[in-house]
Design a protein around this ligand. Sequence first.
Ligand SMILES: O=P(O)(O)O[C@H]1O[C@H](CO)[C@@H](O)[C@H]1O
Ligand SMILES: O=c1cc[nH]c(=O)[nH]1
Length: 241
Amino acid sequence: MSLHIGARREDVAPKVLLPGDPLRARFIAREFLEDAVEVNAVRGMYGYTGTYRGERVTVQGTGMGMPSMAIYATELMREYGVRTLIRVGTCGAFLPEVRLRDVVLAQGASTDSNMNRLHFRGIDYAPLADFSLLYAAYRTARRLALPVHVGGVFTTDRFYGDADKEAYEKKLAEHGTLCVEMETAALYTIAKAYGARALSILTVSDHLVTREETTAEERERTFTAMIRLALETLVSDEEKE
Ligand SMILES: O=P(O)(O)O[C@H]1O[C@H](CO)[C@@H](O)[C@H]1O
Ligand SMILES: O=c1cc[nH]c(=O)[nH]1
């Protein structure tokens, strides 16, 4: 057990999927894993362990924002020995060519958060995906004939912004940033600190240019292309635990 995860150490697999929404964790366990058992319910942040094509996988909700992601990612690596982490999250698209329900592989993450600046004493660290995992996900997407966008994302501390936020998001879009979400910069930074491998796979749940959006139910219960891609990447990944 750790402070925020009630599972026994042996109940958590070395490979973990991380949705922000704990109900998406439950949906993934019910619809995609065999023999899934609930291993965490502390604070309602559900976690489950089961098998996917014979390999043990844990799916653990992380909540919203970098501090919450940092808590779960840290405890999973430090207390449970997790080595491979794939976030399966939602994002808002910045660019017209990134359409609603498209899938994004986050190569790196810019951020407006102060968390990394505190950690690196003012230096602008560049949080990057693990290349072997990114490459494995890209190859898996090709095999599944699933189109994906690969590029930079923006991890924000502010879901609701103002004119100031809109201005810097416009600049990020002009510099090729694909979409906005709230956890990837923390996940990539902390995974590197623990010598673990991390990747964020995101589905576009709303569009900041066209203003289209999906429903809360769709965010909880669908986006199966992203989930299938993440699970197939985990089990086809050549770096075995
Ligand atoms: O759908 P999840 O994984 O929670 O991801 C996105 O959705 C939440 C905001 O609605 C933030 O956590 C953001 O990163
Ligand atoms: O953080 C997020 C997630 C989805 N859509 C957004 O606009 N922001």
